[in-house]
Design a protein around this ligand. Structure first.
Ligand code: UDP
Ligand code: MG
Length: 136
């Protein structure tokens, strides 16, 4: 049975800064993701803190929120069969050093913090993250 899903993707500041937006979007499109909506924004630190609230107890939380709000990001809704899982596979491991050949983080990630892309990790979080950025 088909299971078309939407997931939230973010091209993070390190990748926008290096002008990788079109290259990364081309990878999504080539892999069969439909970019349903997109917008380029710059978050305030308080927005980043809300977005990453699940990580608030982690030692890297403050740096993570500083980083995500440090420059423009491109936020997208991606749609595809099993989009959540397939996007996570295409992104690769959180630490680019551990990411498989051919993944976005392997190609473009600089370090565990500057890893170029975000992707929702479950259908429920995808819905919440899409609403966070694209509520009408
Ligand atoms: N992160 C970090 N240090 C760590 C773990 C994570 O800076 O030790 C950052 C990294 O940018 C990651 C984000 O926090 O993308 C969210 O972490 P998560 O474990 O949710 O990884 P992801 O879902 O992005 O692969
Ligand atoms: Mg995550």
């Amino acid at each position: 049975m088909s299971n078309i899903q939407q997931t939230l993707s973010i091209i993070k500041p390190d990748a926008v800064e290096r002008n990788l937006e079109e290259k990364i979007k081309a990878i999504f499109t080539k892999e069969g993701f439909n970019i349903v909506k997109e917008k380029k924004i710059k978050l305030d630190k308080s927005d980043a803190e809300k977005f990453y609230k699940v990580h608030e107890t982690k030692p890297f939380y403050n740096d993570l929120c500083e980083y995500l709000s440090s420059g423009p990001i491109l936020v997208m809704i991606l749609e595809k069969e099993e989009a959540v899982k397939n996007n996570r596979i295409l992104m690769g491991a959180t630490n680019p050093k551990d990411a498989e050949e051919g993944t976005i983080r392997k190609k473009f990630g600089i370090s565990i913090d500057k890893n170029s892309v975000h992707g929702s990790d479950s259908p429920e979080n995808a819905k919440n993250e899409i609403d966070f950025f694209f509520q009408n």
